[in-house]
Design a protein around this ligand. Sequence first.
Ligand SMILES: [Fe+2]
Ligand SMILES: [Fe+2]
Length: 288
Amino acid sequence: MNILFIGDIVGRPGRELIRKGLRALVEHHAVDLTIANAENAAAGFGVTKDIGDALLDWGVDVMTSGNHIWDKKEVLPYIAGEPRLLRPANYPAGVPGRGSYVAHTGDGRAVGVINVMGRVFMLNIDDPFTAVLAEIDALRHKTRVIVVDFHAEATSEKIAMGWHLDGKATLVVGTHTHVQTADDRILPNGTAYITDAGMTGPHDAIIGMEREAALARFLNGMPARLEPATANPRLNGVLVSADEATGRATSMTRLSYSEHDLAALASRTGAPLAAAESRISSPERRTR
Ligand SMILES: [Fe+2]
Ligand SMILES: [Fe+2]
């Protein structure tokens, strides 16, 4: 089984890569299930129903998230009714939404997806190392194939999670830093691991945001309003093949596609372009 995981989708440039390129990517790599981190899909901050529904229409099967999940208020009713949108499982009890989901491939094979968030240089929520084991236990009787999106800042905490789950998850993939790391590997007990899948959005930017305002924060220490950039959009992620009888990963490939690469792939595969996002009401103006 081939699983595609797409790193944090940032704003319209990130969404457009999904709309134009995902079907071709799925066809080219014979992808059975697609998971994408959507925490920055709405103008860099959060996700809305219109945007989440569009990503699902364009071929994303499950959306994970992280610290930005609550940025748009309208996510609260959406996440309550949309089990394919996850928030980190280690938020305290009673927080809206869910931290895991069992998805199915087109031919009915189950894949468990879990989202947890780190605590180093981040919000001090519940222990992700304990929470993830409880989630895995809850999914284990439904499937051997389990993907964990560990949304965290510190490389040490993420690598620790990889070793913590070696042999317990098929893939442990880091998100949140928006920078793809080159440490993809399959750990000894069969868990594919990467510290960060990278970012699907504008790369001539500072982790997806316009350079001028983001740089100014470092130059003068004053607050500045961040807007998603537009230049050099790239789709970043990883592709993992799994043995569904054992849950072990058998191969792992890092992906980084430019808009041009995806267009070339689409023309080769003849995959249809998804409809434009005409029904999405201008979230670009609704940043926090
Ligand atoms: Fe992010
Ligand atoms: Fe994040």
